[in-house]
Design a protein around this ligand. Structure first.
Ligand SMILES: Nc1ncnc2c1ncn2[C@@H]1O[C@H](COP(=O)(O)OP(=O)(O)OP(=O)(O)O)[C@@H](O)[C@H]1O
Ligand SMILES: [Mg+2]
Length: 206
């Protein structure tokens, strides 16, 4: 389809949002045309869904939650990501399909195969060229974030499962995945992410 699709993943507090901004700045400095998106969000429906799933007062069934995130992703792909890639832009996403497998699959215990099919449906087969997993111990990540929203009040064991799933997906994903150490300073993590992104960009232009 053209363009280049990058995604940052990791448990809550890993530094995704911080690093999406920094990566976009770095790529922009190379005069590349960059579009950043976040999940859930980026469209009218997506932002409405974001409010629902992040409301601490709401207890949502795991299957319903999976469908809400999937609906937000379907809109984001159709309205923003697909057109941007078609226009040869670089898309940098704050979470994408791997989040569903890690959170609703490993975290909440839904069957990964069904979630993978749901992902295939809503992404129209558009997968990141590179997913960067920002990895760090659960305790360290959770210590960084305020525990106000619903997700972050889940127990530590939940995030241990999520983290383990990300690492397995990275192992299985070959060159479409990279794991970077998220324990360093924001500057250090930024440098490491930029390095793996440049390598992936070079691979694709060869
Ligand atoms: N390398 C780092 N070292 C220390 N603190 C960091 C680092 N990166 C980000 N932070 C801080 O940790 C907090 C969480 O970072 P950020 O919001 O980027 O994580 P996130 O992965 O997007 O989290 P969430 O999944 O909750 O959206 C923020 O307050 C941020 O300033
Ligand atoms: Mg974030």
């Amino acid at each position: 389809m053209g363009g280049f699709f990058l995604c940052l993943e990791g448990i809550d507090g890993a530094g995704k949002t911080t690093q999406v901004r920094r990566l976009a700045r770095r790529l922009g400095a190379l005069s590349l045309d960059v579009v950043t998106v976040r999940e859930p969000g980026g469209t009218g429906l997506g932002e409405a869904i974001r409010k629902i799933v992040q409301d601490p007062a709401k207890a949502i069934d795991a299957r319903a939650e999976a469908c809400l995130y999937a609906a937000a992703r379907a809109e984001l792909v159709a309205q923003v990501i697909r057109p941007a890639l078609k226009a040869q832009k670089i898309v940098v996403a704050d979470r994408f399909s791997a989040s569903t497998l890690a959170y609703q699959g490993a975290g909440r215990g839904l069957p990964e195969e069904l979630l993978a099919q749901l992902n295939a449906l809503v992404t129209q087969g558009i997968n990141p060229d590179l997913t960067v997993v920002i990895d760090l111990p659960v305790e360290e990540a959770l210590a960084r974030v305020s525990r106000e929203d619903r997700m972050e009040r889940l127990d530590e064991a939940f995030f241990v499962r999520v983290r383990r799933c990300y690492l397995r997906l990275a192992k299985e994903g070959g060159s479409r995945f990279a794991v970077v150490d998220g324990t360093g300073t924001p500057e250090e993590v930024e440098k490491e992410i930029f390095q793996v992104v440049l390598e992936a960009l070079e691979r694709c232009t060869k």
